[in-house]
Design a protein around this ligand. Structure first.
Ligand code: BGC
Ligand code: ZN
Length: 367
């Protein structure tokens, strides 16, 4: 079968590769689930892997199959699989457990190991191929009625985890009633996070670079959020006007913004950082002022990476809720389909050059 692969460490090595089709027997104890891949979303991480800035091949191999945002349909299950049936729509989680105690209890997204295993990213093959096999523990059912937007499950899980972290931490306050949130970054993650916060009833200001007219801004306004271009209004100004923000989610990839967010965060507020920043940027910050504000305001800053099964399941529920609350909205994020694995060059081109793309995704197979 076909797969889109890279040679990790070799920039621009993306290519189409012939790989063996997996079978349920590869998984011990009759627990294999064979999934036919239908659609796979791509993002900045895939771009970085192809640029050789990130990612490793599975041990003993020189190539890595790309793709971590999967949506598919169960084709066959081993004799001891009771959780899933052929025909079910599914999305797979990305991380696989290492050895820390967090890994052992299913919270592999909280691993303290130095090495982590992520399908399509690090040491494990991904989903940009025709079929994959895995254990049911890592495969989450997607409701039938979400089949047109099931490819959004993985980015949704990442946003869910970030937001749930904030609420979990704030249980310390006995009553936390966040009213205003700021979402920094208006790509797929920012859009989905804003939607999730709107479902929870918060007033949301989303900040992005682009000046309107801007499709992402229109989509944000459709769900009752306010869009602000950072070319016109800084975060500090936005906070003075629409804040203070009880929750700030930083997802721009521009790390200096984290410190501005720390400054403007409301008392008892939480800052959630979700950007994976591979660079080595240095900035000067008002350290005393930020520290003082954190101490006197009992503020929290938390980092959040990846997501485990719990957040995929929550994601499936919230995507369903979103379809009821904002009918048709999610589909509008799926702006740039690519037809077939063999069009991987077009996939990369859209990912790197298409400024109007919200979500680029590969239509691997028809249902
Ligand atoms: C993925 C996450 C992953 C992170 C770091 C992101 O693009 O969506 O699942 O944990 O990259 O590798
Ligand atoms: Zn990703």
């Amino acid at each position: 079968m076909k797969a889109i692969a890279v040679l990790p460490g070799k920039a621009g090595s993306i290519h189409l590769k012939e790989v063996p089709k997996p079978s349920t027997q590869e998984i011990p104890n009759g627990r294999g689930v064979l999934v036919k891949v239908l659609q796979v979303g791509v993002d900045g991480t895939d771009k970085e892997i192809n640029a050789a800035e990130y990612g490793q091949a599975p041990p003993g191999q020189d190539y890595l199959i790309l793709g971590h945002e999967s949506f598919g349909r169960v084709e066959a299950v081993g004799p001891n699989v009771t959780e899933l049936r052929p025909g079910d729509y599914v999305a797979a989680t990305v991380r696989r457990p290492g050895s820390s105690i967090y890994d052992q209890i299913g919270t592999y997204d909280m691993t303290t190991d130095d090495t982590y295993f992520e399908r399509g990213i690090n040491l494990r093959h991904g989903f940009l191929t025709e079929y994959y096999v895995d254990e049911p523990e890592y495969i989450v059912k997607v409701p039938q009625g979400l089949q047109h937007v099931g490819v959004l499950m993985e980015p949704t899980s990442v946003a869910e985890k970030g937001i749930v972290q904030a609420y979990e931490i704030q249980r310390r306050l006995k009553v936390w009633k966040p009213r205003r949130a700021a979402v920094l970054g208006t790509g797929p993650l920012g859009l989905i996070a804003t939607m999730l916060l709107r479902l929870r009833g918060l007033a949301v200001v989303a900040l992005g670079r682009t000046r309107p007219p801007y499709l992402n801004a229109e989509l944000l306004e459709k769900i009752g959020a306010r869009y602000v271009s950072t070319q016109d209004v800084t975060l500090t100004k936005a906070s003075a006007e629409y804040g203070p923000f009880d929750l700030i989610l930083e997802g721009t990839g521009f790390s200096p913004l984290v410190f501005e967010a720390m400054e403007v965060l409301a008392k008892n507020g939480v800052l959630v950082m979700v950007s994976v920043t591979g660079g080595d940027r240095k900035v000067e910050i008002p350290a005393d002022k930020i520290n003082l504000g954190f101490v006197l305001g009992n503020k929290v800053a938390v980092g959040s990476v990846n997501a485990n099964r719990e957040y995929f399941e929550l994601g499936a529920k919230d995507l369903s809720q979103a379809e009821l609350e904002y009918p048709g909205w999610l589909s509008q994020l799926l702006t740039h389909p690519v037809n077939g694995l063999e069009n991987y060059k077009e996939m990369m081109r859209l990912l790197t050059e298409e400024k109007n793309a919200i979500k680029v995704f590969v239509l691997v197979a028809k249902d």
